[in-house]
Design a protein around this ligand. Structure first.
Ligand SMILES: [Zn+2]
Length: 315
């Protein structure tokens, strides 16, 4: 039995979006400690606001903005006993849907409470504002229990002199990956500078990297087949955006490569040739750097280009 491989993986990118008039007013309102919703054609008030009526699909626009109170009622909730990095509170809290006074729909946010016994549907809560606010949903630090009367709206018109027009929301997936039997064998072979796929016993296709089963036939694959280390570029793209934590100058080429003997293209970076000379049919070979457990990139092998007929089924 080979050792079971495991690696920590992080997928992280900033997601930038423009807001449009309704979301702009909503988030700018939070910055100024005002909660805005929209009124739909049938008179209901939606918080958080939307740009289009969810029933009629008619545009609502910023003409439908209406202020609601920063106090409200919990309509449902779930206890989060182990907060994760980036969540609104670092101590255990409730995720709650809160219908603010004056609204007909509920807003999802954190509710700070000493424990799940202190939370119930129907309990009264109010907004706890963040000390520093920038025009984001986190301007509401959380909700907190509240015993008093419904708060009065301030009478805000929903118009702002310096509205927030965009947000950057960081997206992050942080997980542990274990590749399983087939891919572990593939990775062990790569560390020894061999490329090994698996053949389907039914359709005879060779999958590289192997996944342990044929996705077409639905049967397990076990027969190991050595492929490569040369192959053919079947299709490619030129990357012009520099990735954080990746020490590669742009532009560079990322390609689908059909290794010799494989019936599925894998992807890899192409180097050793100007980016604008990479082409379909280009013959390449894997390059391992000193001590590497997998190929760093692929470079031209010097062979004549492959005929389209030889790889057209692998695009
Ligand atoms: Zn098959």
């Amino acid at each position: 039995m080979p050792e079971v491989l495991e690696a920590p993986l992080v997928v992280e990118f900033p997601f930038t979006r423009s807001l449009g008039p309704v979301q702009s007013a909503f988030l700018t309102g939070l910055r100024d400690r005002v909660v805005l919703g929209v009124r739909t054609g049938d008179g209901r008030v939606l918080v958080p606001p939307v740009e289009y009526d969810p029933v009629t699909a008619e545009e609502i626009g910023d003409g439908g903005l209406v202020e609601v109170a920063p106090t409200g009622t919990v309509t449902t909730w779930a206890w989060n006993h182990a907060p994760r990095r980036g969540q609104p509170l670092s101590t255990p809290f409730a995720w709650a849907l809160v219908r603010l006074d004056g609204a007909d729909t509920a807003l999802l946010h954190a509710l700070d409470a000493p424990g799940p016994d202190a939370v119930h549907t129907g309990m009264r809560v109010r907004v706890r504002w963040a000390e520093e606010r920038s025009g984001a949903i986190t301007d509401i630090a959380c909700f907190e229990p509240y015993e008093g009367e419904p708060a009065e709206p301030t009478g805000h018109s929903g118009e702002f002199a310096d509205p927030v027009t965009g947000i950057v929301a960081p997206a992050r997936l942080d997980y542990t990956y274990s590749p399983g039997r087939a891919q572990s064998a593939y990775l062990h072979a790569l560390a020894g500078r061999r490329m090994v796929g698996e053949r389907c016993p039914s359709c005879r296709k060779v999958y590289v990297p192997p996944r342990g089963a044929c996705p077409t036939c639905g049967v397990a694959t076990a027969e190991q087949v050595e492929v490569g280390p040369r192959g053919t570029v079947t299709t490619f793209c030129i990357v012009n955006i520099k990735a954080k934590n990746l020490d590669i100058e742009v532009p560079y080429v990322y390609a689908h490569i059909a290794l010799d003997g494989a019936d599925l293209a894998l992807h890899g970076r192409i180097a050793g040739i100007p980016y604008d000379q990479v082409r379909m049919g280009l013959r390449v070979e894997a390059v391992w750097t000193e001590g590497a457990r997998h190929p760093d990139h692929y470079r031209p092998s010097g062979e004549p280009d492959a005929d389209y007929e030889t790889y057209k089924e692998l695009l």
